[in-house]
Ligand binder design. Structure first.
Ligand code: LLP
Length: 419
């Protein structure tokens, strides 16, 4: 499943002991396994190879250049949601014809830059944005491919913050409106409205919601084709769940087994936009114990990492397994919270866990932190962002260096009236 394992008492990432990396890089830091990353991409590509899918890694999950380059070299395209992500994507040399651009609100500048870069496809979620893309493409004398994002009104049975396919969510266009938009497509001279996009949410561990949504979309597509609309791209989004604790998510093969029969005889290009499935278990967050603190009510392990570094526990009550980087059998187990130095009660990395009675200086790994870990980190409490490290085999390299305090004030000025 992933390449983090114990060799005796030591936690390893591929062929490198995590404690050796900590000694060189300092703590906290993110650590990625190149092998796990590329293996997950390959698993999905293999499972669907009969339909030759375009797998666009959803780079909001992890946009480090080394991560992107690893996947692009393995054959992946990229799913972007901003001008910043376009910039990163082009930096790693991905073929623009493997870039899909999603999101509910692209600015005119972002649209223009993406058209100029020659991306494959925009996923659009409102007629306002269709009008804008049409206008900008016209000025650039281009015709661009667009998919409409459908809101299939399906409950993905996941955390409410990451459910996107219900009719109450801001995402997508309902089927009736979408049909009207397709029938009216001739008015957009500079757009080839030739795709359907659906993404119903994230960390979905069972196949049923996907099957339900894809069925709805396929029926919709057949309806459209009857009216003479040619669909070239069917983009099924991302959302495949992974194991954080005791989830039993579908494997790539099980997922393909459910989905491939729906795609029999299809002539369109199938697109996927997985993020977490590819990089979630390929990364860990490593932090060092500062002070164990026992109060009358609870035990706390105060560490040097915090909610600004890994916000998923605070934001979604997300679970990341807590492992000792070096096992110490002498330590008894206690129930404790792992907390950071940030001045908020919501600053915790783990809550009420049965974990070793860690001592000052011990290293702790928070597992499954490769997706939405570093990308959601911030400088809150003026904490410099942590480094990212990638292991391949028996080697490791820093792929983003630790920010300095000088980085914290980059771009800030004291106004002249205060000088
Ligand atoms: N496509 C679209 C249009 C998306 O909005 C997303 C994620 C993906 C693909 C990739 O989804 P994935 O395969 O990673 O589930 N920060 C949250 C997750 C937010 C997901 C946002 N959209 C978390 O930490 O759980």
């Amino acid at each position: 499943m992933h390449d983090f394992y114990y060799n005796g008492k030591e936690l390893y990432c591929e062929g490198v002991a995590v404690k050796d990396i900590a000694a060189e890089v300092g703590t906290p830091f993110y650590l990625y396994s190149h092998k796990t990353l590329t293996d997950h991409y390959t698993k999905l590509a293999k499972a669907f190879k009969s339909v030759k899918p375009l797998i666009c890694f959803s780079m909001k999950a992890n946009s480090n250049l080394a991560v992107l380059k690893s996947l692009v070299k393995a054959g992946a395209g990229l799913d972007i949601v901003s001008g910043g992500e376009l910039f990163r994507a082009l930096k790693v040399g991905v073929d623009p014809k493997k870039i899909v651009y999603a999101g509910v609100g692209k600015t005119r500048q972002e649209i223009q830059d993406a058209i100029k870069a020659g991306i494959l496809l925009f996923n659009v979620e409102s007629t306002g944005e269709l009008v804008a893309i049409n206008e900008i493409a016209g000025k650039l004398k281009k015709k661009v491919n667009v998919s409409l994002r459908i809101n299939p009104d399906i409950d993905a049975s996941t955390h409410s913050y990451v459910t996107t396919g219900k009719k109450e969510s801001k995402f997508g266009i309902d089927l009736n409106t979408a049909e009207a938009v397709f029938l009216d497509r001739a008015r957009y001279h500079h757009i080839d409205l030739c795709g359907i996009h659906v993404h119903i949410g994230s960390q979905i561990t069972v196949s049923e919601p996907f099957v339900k949504a894809f069925r709805k979309v396929l029926i919709f597509m057949m309806q459209l084709e009857k009216h003479g609309t040619k669909i070239k791209f069917l983009n099924f989004g991302g959302g495949l769940g992974i194991i954080y604790s005791d989830e039993k998510p579908q494997t790539a093969d099980e997922f393909a087994e459910k989905i491939l029969p729906l795609l029999k005889g299809s002539k369109f290009q199938v697109v996927f936009e997985p993020g977490r499935f590819i990089c979630g278990n390929a990364g860990i967050f490593v932090t060092r114990v500062l002070y164990p603190k026992k109060t009358q009510a609870k035990n706390f392990i105060v560490v040097d990492g915090a909610m600004n570094d890994l916000i998923r526990p605070s934001l979604y009550d997300a679970h990341h397994d807590v492992l000792a980087v070096t096992k110490n059998e002498v330590l008894k187990r206690i129930k404790a919270d792992v907390v950071g130095p940030v001045c908020e009660s919501g600053d915790f990395l783990a809550k009420d866990r049965n974990i070793p009675d860690f001592q000052a200086g011990d290293l702790i790994a928070l597992m499954g932190a490769g997706a939405y870990g570093f990308t959601m980190s911030s400088n809150y409490n003026s904490r410099p962002r942590v480094p990212e490290v990638m292991v391949s085999g028996s080697k490791f390299e820093i792929v983003r260096k630790r920010e300095s305090v000088a980085d914290l004030i980059k771009g800030e000025t004291i106004p002249s009236f205060l000088k």
